[in-house]
Design a protein around this ligand. Structure first.
Ligand code: PLP
Length: 491
């Protein structure tokens, strides 16, 4: 039996034993991080995690306390020097944003308040509501739509596809997929992000339910094929329910013909979802408004704020035009989560009614503070700047006889390779992979890679607010230098 009377004579908590020491340590941490971010461009983009750090991170579960100052010293010695690199001006891997100092501070404030943004009448719930309203405004999406912040594009797409699936037949929530005669299928181009397939697996449709629609020479969905595939599936007794349009594909940044896809969806009575993980925000740029205007009519749209709005990880957003359908896909309020008319359990409709999670952090604060700090026009200018930099890089590549552009540049992604001529596909693939690894290992630049039609490409995806023209000039110079060195050592 627990001797609780005795135990309660020595109650403890997790607050600092010495608030003064914690306060000065916290000032030191902020000073260090400000120095670190201010001078990040002077460091190597990336360096491998050394053995000493890996060993340190194998130490057993701590049982005894260690002074916070010592823990912080370990962080500074073993963790801080080995970042992924996405805060550096020459990082353009995958599609990863760089964060900002003010948003970092917002994260600190959010963690300090530490609200669980699931339910209740507290400020964080209203902040998230306002951020969602601002997200709608950024995309000129209907004000009556619903939305929720999630961890990122993947979860935003998952959420949208669940709503689309349940909207197809309201019985699915109760009965599962056996409620629907015929296999549910959705359509996305061969260039769509892998999260569509993952979503189909997780929501019980299976990967085969994602019909991969071929693309044209510009990597945009071929809508004629789309129509044929829908017709064939219907004839075979399948149940088409959704088409996903890409506002910026992950490989090349291609924008699907969204207006044509929208028209097919209306004609065929299918849910029109847009994966705009990064590209949806190009809607802020005048030159892209026409191409991206159909987003305003999409049934749902998924996009990230940790990519082109440069928020520290993680935060993405999903918007759903029909708020009632969105709610009906997730709403559940058991006795212990009922909303009340007054008191702490009042407040906005709980976020658990709009997504998969119950406990949720205060992701909204960094977005709220950053949109206020800069104003949306500044973000629009930065998106436009990143696109302009991508076109500039493409121009530099085209001027360089040993470099080859491997896909049309539609937005902020440039795929290229070093090609001195006379090499087989295998040799070129190996050579370009080696160039990429040396760019990384020497800390020069961090583009990433992909395979386009079996050809290895160096892929630069730019959502970096710290990059400058000179950084792209250096990328071209370094690629050519490394390529030339490697080629001539090998021949
Ligand atoms: C087009 C597209 N969709 C979805 C995602 C997944 O987003 P996240 O990594 O935020 O989950 C990405 C990531 O780069 C993407 O480019």
């Amino acid at each position: 039996m627990l001797d609780y009377h005795r135990l309660l004579q020595h109650e403890e908590n997790l607050d600092p034993a010495n608030w003064g020491e914690m306060r000065s340590l916290s000032h030191q941490m902020i000073d260090d991080m400000m120095d670190y971010l201010q001078h990040i461009g002077e460091r190597l983009v990336w360096q491998p995690t050394p053995e000493s750090t890996k060993q340190m991170l194998k130490s057993p579960l701590p049982t005894n306390p260690e002074a916070p100052g010592e823990v912080y010293a370990e962080f500074k010695a073993h963790i801080l020097p080995y970042p992924k690199g996405n805060i550096h001006p020459r990082f353009w891997s995958w599609v990863q944003g760089g964060g900002t100092p003010f948003a970092m501070l917002a994260e600190l404030l959010a963690a300090g308040m530490n609200p669980n943004v699931a339910i209740g009448d507290h400020a964080a719930m209203y902040v998230e509501q306002q951020v969602i309203d601002w997200c709608k405004a950024m995309l000129q999406y209907p004000a009556s739509a619903s939305g929720i912040l999630v961890s990122g594009g993947t979860l935003a797409n998952f959420t949208a596809l669940i709503v689309a699936r349940n909207a197809y037949d309201a019985r699915i929530r109760e009965k599962g997929l056996r409620a629907v005669p015929g296999q549910l299928v959705l359509y996305a181009s061969t260039e769509a992000h892998v999260c569509m397939q993952k979503a189909a697996e997780v929501i019980g449709l299976g990967r085969e339910a994602v019909r991969q629609v071929p693309v044209d020479g510009d990597f945009r969905m071929d809508v004629v094929h789309l129509k044929q595939m829908i017709a064939a599936d219907r004839a075979a007794g399948m149940a088409p329910f959704c088409v996903v349009g890409n506002a910026g594909t992950v490989n090349t940044g291609a924008i699907d013909p969204l207006a044509d896809i929208l028209a097919v969806c209306r004609e065929e009575k299918l849910w029109f979802h847009v994966d705009g993980a990064f590209g949806a925000l190009a809607k802020l740029v005048p030159e892209y408004q026409d191409r991206l205007a159909p987003i305003e009519q999409a049934d749902s749209v998924a996009f990230d704020l940790h990519k082109w709005i440069c928020m520290p990880y993680e935060v993405g957003c999903v918007l759903v035009k029909d708020a009632a359908l969105h709610r009906s896909a997730f709403a559940s309020q058991p006795n212990y989560l009922l909303s009340h008319e007054r008191g702490l359990a009042a407040g906005p409709d709980p976020f658990g009614n709009y997504g998969m999670e119950l406990s949720r952090g205060f992701k909204a604060l960094k977005v709220w503070m950053s949109l206020k700090e800069h104003g949306v026009d500044k973000f629009a200018r930065l998106v436009r700047q990143n696109i302009a930099q991508a076109f500039y890089l493409a121009e530099l590549i085209e001027k360089e006889p040993q470099l080859e552009l491997m896909a049309p540049v539609a937005m902020n992604i440039v795929c290229y390779r070093y090609n001195p001529g006379g090499l087989s596909v295998e040799a070129l693939n190996a050579l370009n992979k080696e160039i990429l690894m040396l760019l990384h290992e020497r800390g020069l630049a961090a583009p990433s890679y992909s395979l386009i039609d079996g050809l290895y490409v160096i892929r630069m995806a730019n959502v970096n607010h710290r990059s400058r023209k000179e950084d792209f000039e250096a990328l071209v110079r370094d690629t050519v230098e490394l390529g030339t060195q490697l080629h001539y050592t090998n021949t």
